[in-house]
Design a protein around this ligand. Sequence first.
Ligand code: 9MR
Length: 569
Amino acid sequence: MGVRGNMLLVLLILQGILAVRNLFQNPGLESTNGWTCLDCSGSLSSDKRSGSHSYHVTGRNHDFSGASQEVQVSGGHYYYFKVWVKIDNTANGKWYHDVQGQIDILHNNGQHEYQQVGETNYVFPGRWYLVGGDHYVAGNIKSIRFYVQIPEAGVNYHIDDAQMDEVAYLSNFANEANQRIDNLRKANLAISLSGSASPSGLQVEIQQTKSEFGWGSAVDANMIVDGNKKAYQNFFYDIFEWAVLENAMKWPAIEGSKGNYNYDTPLRAVNSMESKGIIMRGHNIFWGGDFVPNWQKSMSGSQLRPELEKHIKGMVGHFKGKFRHWDVNNENLHLHFYEDKLRDQYITQWMFRETKKLDPSATCYLNDYNIIANSGSTMAYVDQAYWFKASGVPLGGMGIQSHFGAYVDVSSVKRRLDEIAAVGLPVWITELDISEPDETKKAKKYEDLMRLYFSHPAVKGVMFWGFWDGRHWRPQAALANGNNVTPNAAGRKVQELLKRTWRTNETHNIGHGQTVHIRAFKGSYKLLVRHNGHVIHTQNFSLGGHGNNLKINLSGSGSNPHVDHVLIG
Ligand code: 9MR
């Protein structure tokens, strides 16, 4: 085989590795082959998302009536299902619909099990939306049928560009993740020594003072400044560099009764943490559902509108410049209080634009749940982000809450994260907790998820949603317990990872003309130069993606050297 033949072979092998096999038959919907309309009529339509056709579903009599395909799977694996859906019309009394990816699992014993793989719950007629998610298929099954469900009968829809594949099982997860961590989170540092003096007994030490990757926690605005809560504060400041106030900035806390404001509580906490070098996220300006202030619940849309404007100005006005991120309209994928009251599907986009206008240095984040702890809303979240981007909304990042129960499976979590990362925006894990009563298991699960997040190129930071069982919305998820805020096994593991495993603190002997090479975690550092144990120089430097060279220039005499300067860069 010639050079060209070899190259072709390499290309073919690479393609085989990179291409995700599509397990749907006729996924492009250019014909009706393989697809069946269950309790409906299906036909080929020229209204397409790509190619020349889509599959049109009409005559739906039940919620389950819809486009479907029987698929081949084997038990003991996760599968991912995705499809683009466009609805034609709305049912009486509705102005948007919930579109669900469903599977009908036929067990060997003849029983059917119906499972939802994911839902996109804010779907308006006339636009293509992504729908789907993953499911773990247990053994003992005969067949599986995927279908697209809408709770209301009579809503017609199109589907196009379907994708189904097996979620890769990560048998070597920790090693692969550690390799990625080394590539992504570390850089090369060289420290060399030259100059007119050439003493012996020289040492260089680097101490990492900050991490480029953000590690933080939600805190209680009162406890973080309360003189009687030192143990709480010590635990926090010992390992975290980022904070978010858990509750004090929510609208009901800021304006519990109309016109009476409490900005003091959050401001006191924010100013105190700022003075200690903590970087903060702002959570949140708006939050729908039951989380709006009570006084708003009976208001009309036209009464509410000026309140929204006043609130956004008040919030951003009081905190401008203090937050790196704003959670603009918390959980808006699921909660549509303001959308419904104002009957305006674009109200969240308006909130983003206003926030960015008033606080240009802050990044505006979406923040939502059921994105990676399960796949209920993963595809809906991706879809929303594409929509915001295409509409020119100043969306700067995707916040993923990450509230886990005891079940943690890194393979499926990684796949969901990959789906989110495909949007191309920075990702923050905004509210990590794992509610697991067994302390040893909890430690391992936190370690796995932290390693997964730290090793993922799209993820820029992780916030824990609290750490102390005396102040945690799910005390079994806490990292520390009791009056002394004593770290439990999970807390000790988190301390170990953040203070030692994923930080660089090293001391090296160095001679004249020598260079010390260190592969170090990215972040901020302090350099100390010692002669016979005495510090003769300290200097701060930072280590980013391109690495760094520190050139120490010594003068003075062999017995009394001093550092002239350190050339950085
Ligand atoms: O942990 C928070 C809890 O103390 C509050 O009572 C509750 C209502 O304000 O909110 C909890 O935090 C939520 C966060 O703000 C948004 N995502 C889900 C969090 C847990 O419910």
